[in-house]
Design a protein around this ligand. Structure first.
Ligand code: 6R9
Length: 656
């Protein structure tokens, strides 16, 4: 291991992250072959993107996207509204698929897929082109055209990527909904986006069981006012109800098409997709990304950060229901022409070594996963890793939350054999792609830091009032200049877009994260500034969960906070007051199921505590800070003088 260790005895709590000083430079071997192989090269790119922004991105766009018609202005920026590659015509599906076939690379594998039961499929870029064209042809037959919204609620099968790309092919807008969300959540998203078509499957495999999807979709469609048709993929072969006139099978309407429809030239700013994510209010917001800028950002950040090589077998373990799956399973790697692994199921089925078995058998070279998964692997024990030959790996990535130094060290030594650089990538649904990350050939890494901004990203740390602060001290993280992959809006809510992201510091994008920057210019993300919690790398707003709890007839009031959890990063702790009904274990179980039904399994509270009253300030605000301490089992700290009901706090502590 190439550790320049200043102090290797530290463990990795938040405090320790602040004192983390270990430095891991890339090996000379890695640097020699890397795409970006000198600090000078990086600094030149950073300077060019900053000082001659339009020239830099003009060149990038001309080299790395296909243009049916040339663009004029590179960037029109009237904060907070950006237009990139103005007036040009391109197509994200063409860039991902057809461009490779046209360039004689049609035989290259695009997707190596494995289902949870062990079934396998391999699709070349040419295969993908035909499948995507068929799917787009079926869309036309189902009355879906440019500008229509298509909701996708599917397992991680190739058809999920095919459906996304088919939308891009004709200018329909996809809205992928993670296949763990409830019928309520699907209906909310369908209605908010006025989705016209819904795509799903009979079910999916998870930990050896078949989970039904179609039934959930049926329940959602009963409440979705705009959806006209439902396209159903047969995955598990289970019996599912089909509604006459509305539901059609994939094998009937997609597989029977000729597969010839060409990609439609689309204006650069054509909406590509909506992806719902949690903000600080209860209502998830539909983050809007458009075609050219997003596509370029996804491709270039993929190539830079993952040091992409033609012979890589790249595996991002995310689900396409999240932004990571959009940018780093589909749009980034496919535009680059990479061979992508895709896996349907759980990491511990049939046993805890499934990932390592996949890496060994498919000779995965680049692995991109989340800290919550790394923590689970640590818990399951090294023996599952030791059984497998992981020598094909050359680079490891992390995303979703900060990676604790212990998890970083384990990932580095146990999975990476001490030889693979780790890229800890910081970014968001809104940013479209990675914003800060080590470049694996040049950046010495510090466990727990996402290191430095990529070319074109200008971070700025401000205080409560929006004034620039000493960045070593830390503050709110903003991005002060536009970048091609930035969100273009919140679907149907232009005011919220401005208010949420661009009003704290006018003209600058507010990320919602706190960060500090150390003397070496390394950034450390310190967590959210708002009421968003991060459960296993998934964003949830506390209010969303509170609203679900309060919608139960026997819950009067609810306060939800995150508490530290070894595996999930944060677990959900709920405090409630009730109508006085018997609050036994049965009731708490019922409440957990209720939240599950309202939002989905990932929002189910880990603990629910019933209390006579919630601690509030005199102005009636719930004192979340105190509840966070109670939930974490910490001594109460800070000022409690404004507490309306001190008794409620002591009662909460007793009930632990
Ligand atoms: C890509 C993705 C975004 C929020 C973000 C931040 C947290 C993501 C991180 C990280 C520290 C990292 N986050 N990556 N925090 N280090 N490497 O996860 O998007 O689901 O929108 O979540 O996740 O708090 O603001 P999204």
């Amino acid at each position: 291991m190439t550790s320049h260790s200043a102090d290797t005895s530290q463990s990795g709590s938040i405090d320790h992250v602040l004192h983390e000083r270990r430095l891991f430079p890339p090996s000379a071997e890695f640097t020699k072959n890397a795409r970006i192989s000198s600090v000078q090269q990086y600094e030149d790119m950073v300077a060019a993107a900053r000082d001659t922004r339009d020239d830099f991105w003009r060149k990038e766009a001309l080299e790395h996207l296909h243009w049916f018609e040339p663009f004029g202005d590179v960037c029109q920026w009237e904060a907070p509204h950006a237009k990139w590659f103005v007036g040009g015509k391109t197509n994200a599906c063409y860039n991902c698929v057809d461009a490779h076939v046209a360039a004689g690379r049609g035989d290259k594998l695009a997707i190596i897929w494995e289902g949870e039961p062990g079934d396998q499929r391999k699709l070349t870029y040419r295969d993908l082109q035909i499948e995507v064209a068929k799917c787009a042809e079926a869309f036309a037959q189902l009355g879906v055209g440019q500008g229509d919204v298509v909701s996708i609620y599917m397992p991680m099968t190739p058809e999920l990527a095919i459906a996304m790309l088919a939308c891009a092919r004709i200018g329909a807008i996809h809205s992928v909904i993670f296949a763990g969300f409830s019928a309520e959540s699907i209906a909310d998203r369908n209605n908010d986006a006025s989705a016209k078509l819904m795509i799903t499957s009979d079910g999916l495999y998870r930990r050896g069981k078949v989970l039904p999807l179609k039934e959930t979709v049926d329940e959602a469609l009963a409440k979705s006012t705009s959806v006209e048709k439902c396209l159903v993929l047969r995955r598990t072969g289970g019996e599912v109800p089909m509604t006459e006139g509305r539901d059609v099978w994939w094998h009937d309407v997609v597989d029977t098409q000729p597969g010839e429809l060409a990609a439609v030239p689309l204006d650069s700013e054509t909406p590509l997709f909506i992806l719902y994510t949690s903000g600080s209010t209860g209502k998830p917001k539909g983050i809007l990304h458009t075609t050219a800028g997003y596509n370029l950002w996804a491709r270039r950040t993929f190539e830079w950060v993952f040091d992409y090589r033609d012979d890589d077998i790249y595996w991002c373990t995310a689900d396409c229901g999240w932004i990571t799956g959009h940018s780093y399973i589909v749009y980034g790697p496919m535009t680059a022409g990479a061979t992508c692994m895709m896996y349907e199921g759980a990491p511990n089925h049939p046993a805890e070594d499934r990932f390592w078995d996949l890496v060994e058998r498919h000779k995965v070279t680049v692995l991109y996963t989340a800290p919550t998964a790394v923590r689970a692997f640590i818990k399951w024990g090294d023996e599952h890793v030791d059984k497998h030959d992981l020598s094909s790996l050359r680079l490891l990535g992390s995303v979703g939350e900060g990676i604790n130094p212990e998890a970083w060290m384990w990932y580095h030594s146990k999975i990476g054999g001490g030889r693979c650089p780790i890229v800890d990538t910081w970014w968001q649904t809104e940013t479209g792609g990675i914003m800060m990350s080590p470049l694996p050939g040049i950046t010495p890494t510090k466990p727990g830091s996402c290191t430095k901004p990529l070319p074109g990203v200008i971070p700025n740390i401000v205080d409560e009032l929006g004034n620039e602060v000493d960045s070593e001290h830390g503050g709110k993280l903003c991005i002060s200049e536009p970048w091609p992959g930035m969100l273009r809006g919140i679907w149907g809510d232009p005011e919220r877009f401005v208010e949420q992201y661009f009003s704290d510091v006018p003209g600058q994008y507010l990320t919602g994260d706190n960060a500090r920057c150390d003397r070496d210019g390394y950034y450390w993300i310190m967590g959210r500034i708002d009421d968003v919690i991060n459960v296993s790398g998934h964003r949830l707003s506390t209010i969303e969960v509170e609203s679900a709890l309060v919608s139960h007839p026997h819950v009067c009031e609810a306060a939800v906070v995150g508490r530290p959890d070894d595996l999930k990063g944060q677990a959900i702790a709920a405090f409630i007051t009730t109508t006085g009904r018997d609050t036994d274990d049965e009731f708490l179980k019922e409440l957990k199921m209720h939240v599950r039904k309202q939002i989905g399994a990932l929002a189910q509270p880990d603990d629910i505590r019933v209390t006579a009253a919630l601690p509030k300030t005199r102005s009636g605000k719930i004192m979340r800070r105190l509840l966070r301490d109670v939930a974490a089992g910490r001594e109460l700290v800070g000022d409690t003088s404004t507490l309306e009901d001190l008794a409620s706090i002591s009662q909460l502590q007793e009930s632990e």
